[in-house]
Design a protein around this ligand. Sequence first.
Ligand SMILES: *Cc1c(COP(=O)(O)O)cnc(C)c1O
Length: 351
Amino acid sequence: MSTFWSPAVHELTPYVPGEQPRQRLVKLNTNENPYPPAPAVTDVLRHFDSDSLRLYPDPSSDELRAALAQQYGVAPEQVFVGNGSDEVLALAFMAFFRQQAPLYMPDISYSFYPVYCELYGVERRTLPLDSQWRVDLGAFPQDNGGIIFANPNAPTGHAHPRAAIQRLLERQQHSVVLVDEAYVDFGAESCVPLIESHPNLLVCGTFSKSRSLAGLRLGFAIGSRELIEGLERVKNSFNSYPIDRLASACAIASLADQSYFERNVNAVINTRTWTTEALEARGFEVLPSHSNFVFARPTKMKGAALFDGLREKGIVVRHFTAEKLAPFLRISIGTDEEMQQLIDAIDEFQP
Ligand SMILES: *Cc1c(COP(=O)(O)O)cnc(C)c1O
């Protein structure tokens, strides 16, 4: 606490990201991709003209937005880019959710959403997940100042089909519906095709997971021109240059190599499949995952005890202390070798 802080800063409970250990550990705690980015990204870095860094980057990132627009079959004016999708989300909260009516979200979802609510003074209401760990999309009330959810959800890995989200959008036309698709490439349906008919739909994505570029900090949003203009207005009142020259060039190179992208994502999905089976064979309850992690409950040990035991063996996963989540571990999908080390460690705890 400090007398120099603005009063509101005393009240904040900031988001705590998963740790970035310095030692060499098997790191399965922050849903990073275990494989390197596309080779073309390495080429960009090798040949990058450092003299160009004297100059500010393009404030509107036109080239990158055009590349994303082509990838997703939309117009460049329907694309917004930011310094990680966390920044895109923060700007979206500022642009769309500071309303008279409360913002609705599932009670279990990405834990950064409540942090933004606190930062911006957005009133928050939650809907409970059912016994299958799904939110009932039909239960969002009409009178709301916005709706946000991750699809696939974190940390459960559950994904709604696009048709179910379309039905939600037919009912909710007066406030912004934000679908956070950070994990969509690992086996869920994207809602981008719905933006044409739903001007209140904003879809957020990131290069951090399926494109192996968490360290680059590149996120994006796709939506109607109206929503994108709202985001631009807020962004240009905050930071003119969130995307640096290197990030832009690397992201464009990553988008250009579709076959590498597909191989990368498929490798993660294959590893997820056998890891799920191996955990189930050891008595774990594993929620069906459409993402690059599994949410799994050991039945022979407490979640916290297994977390500590794995940590001692140099394997870090994520454990959440909230009552409903505490029996589970969220385990990012690593390489086959890393997942085998995880399984071997579990076999030592519960022979
Ligand atoms: C990882 C993640 C993000 C943030 O991604 P960045 O682009 O790295 O900021 C956003 N939403 C969800 C649900 C995530 O899991």
